[in-house]
Design a binder for this molecule. Sequence first.
Ligand code: TXA
Ligand code: MG
Length: 343
Amino acid sequence: MMPGDSDGGVGMPEDDAESEINRAVRILRDGGLVAIPTETVYGLAADASNPVAVRRLYEVKGRPPGHPVIVHIAGVQPLPRWAARVPEDARRLAEAFWPGPLTLILPRTLAAVDEVTGGRETVGLRVPDHPLTLALLRAFGGGVAAPSANRFGRVSPTSAEDVRADLGDDVDLVLDGGPCGVGVESTIVDCSEDGETPVILRPGGITAEQIEAVLGHPVRRTPDGPSRAPGMLPAHYAPHAQVVVVEDLDAALALAAKQAQAGDRAGLLTPRAVAVPPGVMALVGGDSPEAYAATLYDRLRAADRLGLDVLIAVPPPAEGVGVAVRDRLARAAAGSEPKGGGS
Ligand code: TXA
Ligand code: MG
């Protein structure tokens, strides 16, 4: 189903949605895998209380073991099942931003098994803001462990088609909830140390400024460079095309022209549409940081659909969700193989 159909953006009519949710619940209870829509990216869900199902998640993703996964819950109510303590700051953030693109790292209970926490004493928890998935979580009753529904290291999926293209038959059901509105993963905030300032481990849909406004005090931010969230390697989110980030539009245009002249299939990703040099493919991110975030992963996938050798990206300013877009572009650049210079 395409966005814009008369389904309120949920992806399917109500009756179909209900039977799909029932199917999804059965699959989860049987230890299967269901791709779920969220406002950030699609997740690959397994029953978080079933270690065998969670291990299958890792296999399908091709993710090395020992990486923790986020447990998705239906609201603040199930928090005590998963979190041994909820510090005041965490409670305020949960109340302000759930359902929404915020993951809280908290001290775990024994319900959070080692397969979920990667053997850590903490657990990542989030309430996704998507009607289909919230309905699924309520019907299922438990928590679902869900990393992004892509193979390890690749671009996160922001539509049901993306999931099918990447995971194929390895997923038992794809719940189609339409395109993801936010488009980049949740902001991860570590609140696990009682009495310590919360730390943003991964920038995302909720900005540091929004968090600080709710808490009334500063938080610590991960400086540029490798993020502290385990499994957030500097090289990640990578298409097959080489990604080069260039801040200045004129410099980016010049580089794109040079690459095209050298015989490379070159693309230029810019916030707004610009006239590009001959032989260069134009891709538009979006005029606002929010619009850029919502299209980012589709544009990275488009680079591969177009068979580009190199994608030159002019990032959005480091404002709002633009911080997260710049983070993902930097990782895509670190994770892609150089193919320039006709070599
Ligand atoms: O928006 C999102 O967060 C999406 C959707 C599907 O909810 N999920 C997502 O999951 O991005 P994933 O597995 O691709 O990334 C989760 C990140 C990992 O980098 C992991 O290291 C971190 O969360 N994480 C999970 N549990 C953690 C913990 N206990 N301590 C520190 N980091 C944790
Ligand atoms: Mg991921």
